[in-house]
Design a protein around this ligand. Sequence first.
Ligand code: BV8
Ligand code: ZN
Length: 246
Amino acid sequence: MLTLPVSLLALLAERPKLAILTGAGVSAESGVPTFREAQHGLWAQFSPQELATPEAFANNPQRVWDWYRWRRELVQQGQPNAAHHSIAALAVQPSQCALVTQNVDGLLQRAGAVEVTELHGNLWRQRCAKTCGYVETVEQPGAGGPPPCPNCTAQLRPDVVWFGEALPEQALQDAMSAITQADMVIVAGTSNLVYPAASLPLQALKMGKTVVEINPEQTPLSSQADYFIATPASEALPAMQNSWLN
Ligand code: BV8
Ligand code: ZN
């Protein structure tokens, strides 16, 4: 059983308002490869950073679509893990605990979380690659190539934020307000390398919030965080949940 630092346990017992920021590491134990791990898998010949761009889709829509279908299949086969369940339990009252994720897998929602700010979109939506505004949700990974947009002549693309694209403005605003309102910001399972998401914990530090990082590996945030818990999210989050709820 993981023992958290005594001073962190004492802080949690005061029931601080929380904001939890999550990244791919939280879903790793559900069998969903992290973004950086995906470079070593089936798609090792392509860097994810080469596939998750509007240019990649314009040059080879089929290849990009195949990659997203593969990722949808992995997510469909996986189940929410103890970290997702703890986060969902912590956020039963969104006014006391706000959730912000970089993940596109929808696993927090499958664990029962109702209000999740998604900074990078969602794998289970697809939208018009041009500007007609068509968007739909899907339940299956889908076969074949990118479907035609039912509204215009373009193709549909995954409704995710690719490198070089702006994040949804409302989601960024909601993330900032989650941090502003929180006393403690928990940053779990992210390499803290992709901006602007990686700037959120830094802003929290500037605002004087207590920042707790959970990651088995060090990241650029680790030396600055108030607490760096070098443990898998599936162990650290249930332990934090116990102290906060009791
Ligand atoms: C933008 C969605 C402007 C799609 C993704 C230099 C400085 C600053 C910025 C830049 C720069 N050069 C370029 C940029 C911009 C760029 C950027 O940040 N690049 C980086 C790489 C330098 N950012 C952008 O392009 C963003 N847009 O800036 O727009 C703009 C403004 C106006 C108008 C037009 C444009 C858009 C970025 C969004 C990219 N989309 N995903 C998809 O998923 O297919 S990125 C991708 O990285 C992921 O999907 C995820 O969303 C994101 C972050 O990854 P992590 O979640 O952190 O995952 P990672 O694999 O890296 O790490 C996993 C961690 O988990 C590891 O640390 C590991 O140790 C840990 N772990 C493992 N197991 C566990 C665990 N932790 C806990 N428990 C475990 N069990
Ligand atoms: Zn269209």
